[in-house]
Design a protein around this ligand. Sequence first.
Ligand code: SF4
Length: 249
Amino acid sequence: MREIDRLARAIPRCTACPELRAYCARVAREKRRAFASEEYWGRPVPGFGDPQASIWILGLAPAAHGGNRTGRIFTGDRSGDFLFAGLHRAGLANQPHSVACDDGLSLRGVWISASLRCAPPGNRPTPDELETCARWLDAERSALANVRVVFCLGGIAWNAALDLEVRHGFVLPKPRPRFGHGARFCAGGRTLVGCYHVSQQNTFTGRLTPAMFEAAIAMAVKESGSRAAGSRSSPRSRTAGPRGRSPNP
Ligand code: SF4
């Protein structure tokens, strides 16, 4: 079994944060009225995408009624609508929507995961929770051998990516490189590219526009040396997500 497949099985079983697990399970029981007939995932959400990815998109955490419902990160919520539409325009996804694990979405040259794998109350993870969950970033880093760019959605992901490289031997300069939209920082063999998070708060207010996202992801593609963009017709991986047991068959 590939290491990335092993992680897809192991992450949903993680119980390192009992309070977060209890919150996710409670959300899954109580549900939102619009999804009352659905069975929520209600567990930690693993990453998904192309195991040969050169670009690793790192978000904040699953949404309570998005990833925590569908079992796939950025799937079933407005943030995902914005993100996957942008990836589709860039030629990195075979379709512009992401509504469920069996919706046929495939990514090319891209892996997506989050700094925290359980949905946190108020979408606000604590520093302790992020530190505890960093174990899965370490494991993913080892499994994703071809990653050249970490595309950080927001400041929390940026700092998680920096800390990840530090844990693996990179010495940070002082002052610490700061997150910004379009920020770029070379941390050893990997380049961090910053992009405002695709949250509704940012996209509905115009803080992050589709054009801004396109420019940032184009920078990531260029930095990665990826040949993925512009190849919509031949996605590299089918991503069934954790409910299909193998995220990348
Ligand atoms: S937040 Fe991360 S470390 Fe904590 S229970 Fe969820 S998956 Fe495990």
